[in-house]
Design a protein around this ligand. Structure first.
Ligand code: BGC
Ligand code: BGC
Length: 842
């Protein structure tokens, strides 16, 4: 196999072509973030993970291990790309089951199938390798970020945004413990949780993974969650059977990127980074977290995975962290000069274990070569391996029986047990925040005649959100959640028992006029960048829930809105159209928790009052709440800490219905404008080596065949170097654009040719991994005058003629060439009427 360790460096050479072509000099690293001021960072009590007898044992192990074995420990692969058979030859340190990975590629596998799979990998790893020594056991990790939610039948806890509103650190410990027990039942060792992001712009698609915008709350929960997952540090409970390793993530400042862009740019001062974004880490470290996961984003121009000062000087130095730093999913590929297959920079910066899902074999070989050549010093490798072995030793893994023979494994009755579900239901009750309760409409009498409606009323997938069953969580139905309860089912149970009625009506129609309508609606599931938003206006493209609220309101039926969302978001219109409004976040599998609070006991007494308080400032407009120099939120609609109870008698006046987005944000139909792709669209660069998502203002494709720069005057400049084919694409989750295409819809591109194409160019529409349609664009770009702005409209129907499936369009715009070519793009939009536009290349 060609394992090209010199590739990264050759890219740097290719880049110069791009620089000369379109003048990228303005994008060179703007600030020197390579040094930090240690005194700004809290010093955490260090040494909590150091046990002399374990250190001695590690000394012995390190003394015996070969360099190959050490490098193996530093690599983590995804089960989709590695087999147990592979582990007989490559003794890796860890494997994970990523968002879409599962036994037999079936995300709906049984817990038994998971245990079988985990056990098969673990057994293969410790098979004798001829060294005469027992190989080091493997660590198996999974994203159990709101319960063991990838596993069918698990207890799914509310997402972190909800838990923050509950303000109950003691219940957090129970949630961590229950999650750990369910993870351990499937033989898995490690949960990639908790997320300690302190989110400052809820347009970020990962906002629901954050407990709060308040660093103190995040810090207190960091202690609770790490303690729950791992057991209490300093006691015999620590990593006892039924506990799993935690991973505090994503280090450091993931919640502070500009415009809330996932994996984007954090430009906060060092002080803000330390005091706001860093707050959770000393707490997690003091509680003994065995791992910390680095973040994809950049701080002041440097990617976190390459940030020596933060990963080494702060995390391991100032914070005294003795566990190991794991990288994020191929995050090494975003470091300048690296590819996902080769990146000594990240190890030198302080990453101890590289998450290399599909790139593990090459990165293993390349890292080994770099260790042999001395490019990565032996001391750095020994330090990384020592940390990994320390975590394994503390977890008991070195001596523990294989997964199937463990005390906590195979206890499938713990998965979704009544006890765990009761904890989740309590968390649901405590996390609900009451924003409006006109004339004391709530609590409702369970003897009432109720209409239950809205797209979230009877949909457990919607109430569970992303990171559920699979990565995006957007293909789940109630059948995927045995033992769980929808919000409607919870309401029905509560009222039927008391002699009331609850009728489910998906469209809100009724024959028998109800006393009250409960409308459950909100965001559809998403994860990571697929959930990024351009503005905080709730659902601008689909106003059906608002129409439903307004219709019922106009009929003078009292309306209770139960709003499901992963974040605080602008809903003034929906608030105006409701009599009572409950922020229910993403409550997970125990939908009854909502009825528990909405209804009185049959005798009229309050059963459970609302106690949830906002962990985030609720925005007054579609733009996020700003924080002033003293870190105070400026003019929110509802401040952090807000939440009514049955004792409040607050009436909410009608709210303004103009969302007031910023001028360059969220124009309808925009895909790229004002120098950025319109969220959730992202720019991707694809070449023969790999595909990469653009997360900085200047990015080469993986092998350097093309380079994109977002330029200061709001444009994207792309230069193809002529070293091979490369595609620029602007994509997001698939959309059905067939109706739009039938109505004459077109993609409109405003562009300027900077350098005429040397070879053929094509427009592409991408509709899935193996689905695309191409139109020849060579004559257009060859004849276009260099340096002059032009606009072209391409009817989407043209792509259907070339075999494109317009019902699942991921990228309505992509451009491919393999020769030298320079182009600047000012905007890409989808617009309805392209008068006179014809198909290019026909
Ligand atoms: C996410 C992490 C996650 C990892 C493994 C990454 O894309 O950023 O939070 O733990 O994938 O699935
Ligand atoms: C994986 C996730 C990962 C994500 C990152 C997905 O394909 O399944 O685990 O977090 O990619 O982009």
């Amino acid at each position: 196999m060609a394992l090209d360790s010199g590739l990264g460096r050759r890219i740097a050479a290719c880049l110069c072509v791009g620089w000369a072509l379109i003048g990228f000099s303005a994008f060179a690293k703007s600030q020197d973030a390579s040094t930090i001021h240690p005194e700004l960072w809290a010093a955490a009590p260090s040494g909590v993970l150091i046990r002399p007898e374990i250190e001695t044992r590690i000394d012995q192990l390190l003394g015996q291990m070969t360099l190959d074995e050490k490098i193996g420990q530093m690599v983590q692969a995804d089960i989709d790309a590695i087999t147990p058979e592979d582990l007989k030859h490559y003794k890796l340190g860890s494997i994970l089951a990523g968002g879409y990975a599962a036994p037999g590629h079936n995300v709906r596998s049984t817990p038994q199938a998971w245990l079988d799979l985990v056990d098969a990998y673990a057994r293969a790893e410790v098979e004798p390798d001829g060294s005469g020594r027992k190989p080091v056991p493997i660590l198996f990790g999974i994203d159990a970020v709101h319960g063991h939610a990838k596993i069918i039948g698990a207890t799914i806890f509310p997402h972190n945004v909800a838990l923050g509103a509950m303000r109950d650190p003691a219940l957090m410990v129970k949630i961590g413990r229950a999650t750990a027990e369910e993870v351990a039942a499937t033989g898995i060792d490690w949960a990639f949780a908790p997320t300690l992001a302190v989110v400052r712009d809820p347009r970020w698609g990962r906002s629901y993974e954050s407990y709060s915008e308040d660093p103190r709350l995040v810090a207190s929960y960091a202690t609770s969650m790490v303690t729950g997952l791992q057991g209490e540090i300093g006691t015999s409970d620590f990593m006892a059977p039924g506990h799993v390793l935690a991973s505090a993530k994503h280090f450091l400042g993931d919640g502070g990127t500009e415009n809330g862009r996932d994996q984007g740019l954090n430009v906060a001062s060092e002080q803000v980074l330390a005091n706001v974004h860093g707050a959770g880490y000393p707490a997690a470290i003091a509680a003994g977290t065995l791992s910390v996961m680095a973040s994809y984003h950049s701080w002041q121009g440097t990617k976190m995975h390459a940030h020596h000062a933060l990963l080494t000087d702060v995390l391991k130095g100032r914070f005294g962290f003795d566990g190991f730093a794991v990288g994020d999913w191929n995050a090494q590929e975003e470091i300048p000069g690296c590819t996902k297959f080769n990146c000594p920079e990240t190890i030198l910066a302080g990453i101890d274990m590289i998450m290399a899902p599909d790139s593990w074999k090459q990165i293993y070989e390349n890292t080994l070569a770099e260790a042999r050549s001395g490019e990565i010093p032996a001391a750095r490798i020994d330090d990384a391996v020592r940390r990994i072995l320390r975590a394994k030793a503390l977890a008991g893994l070195l001596d523990e029986p294989l997964p199937k023979d463990r005390l906590a494994a195979g206890k499938f009755d713990r998965i979704g047990s009544a006890e765990h579900r009761a904890i989740a239901r309590e968390a649901v009750r405590k996390s609900l925040v009451l924003l409006k309760n006109q004339h004391g409409l709530l609590p409702l009498k369970p003897q009432s005649k109720l209409l239950v409606t809205g797209p979230g009323a009877d949909d457990i997938g919607v109430q569970a959100g992303g990171w559920t069953v699979d990565w995006q969580g957007d293909h789940n139905s109630n059948a995927d959640f045995p033992g769980a309860t929808s919000i409607y089912a919870g309401i029905k149970n509560a009222v039927t028992a008391a002699g009331g009625t609850a009728t489910l009506s998906p469209d809100g129609s009724f024959t028998d006029r109800p006393d009250v309508a409960i409308v459950v609606f909100g965001e559809k599931p998403y994860a990571e960048f697929e959930g990024d938003l351009e503005t905080l206006e709730f659902s601008p493209a689909d106003r059906s829930a608002l129409a439903l609220l307004r219709k019922l309101h106009a009929q003078k039926i009292p309306v209770v809105a139960v709003f499901l969302s992963g974040r605080v978001i602008w809903v003034n219109r929906e608030l105006n159209a409701s009599d009572a409004f409950v922020a229910a976040w993403l409550p997970g599998s125990e939908g009854e928790g909502i009825a528990d609070v909405l209804f009185t006991k049959p005798d009229g007494g309050v059963a459970y009052d609302f106690t949830g308080k906002l962990g985030f400032s609720w925005p007054r407009t579609a733009m996020p709440v700003r924080f002033d120099a003293a870190d105070k939120p400026v003019d929110p609609l509802f401040p952090r800490g807000y939440g009514l109870s049955y004792h409040s008698h607050t009436e909410l006046a009608l709210l303004p219905e103009d969302p007031k987005p910023a001028a360059d944000r969220g124009q309808p139909g925009t895909i790229f404008q004002a120098g950025h792709p319109t969220a959730p669209y992202s720019i991707y660069l694809v070449d023969d080596l790999a595909q990469i998502r653009m997360t900085t203002k200047l990015m080469p494709s993986p092998n350097g065949a093309a380079t994109v720069a977002l330029v200061n005057d709001g444009q994207a400049a792309i230069a193809w170097s002529g070293t091979g084919a490369a595609t620029l694409k602007i994509a997001k989750k698939a959309d059905d654009l067939s109706g739009f295409a039938k109505a004459g819809g077109a993609v409109s591109i405003r562009y300027r040719v900077d350098n005429a194409p040397a070879s053929s160019v094509s427009f592409e529409l991408i509709c899935g991994e193996t689905c695309k349609a191409a139109l020849d664009a060579t004559p257009i770009f060859k004849s276009a005058p260099v340096g002059r702005w032009q606009t072209i409209d391409i009817p989407l129907a043209c792509f259907a003629e070339k075999g494109g499936d317009l019902t699942k369009v991921e990228a309505p715009f992509a451009l491919k060439t393999d020769g030298l070519f320079g182009l600047t793009i000012a905007s890409v939009t989808l617009h309805k009427e392209a008068v006179g536009a014809i198909c290019p290349g026909v």
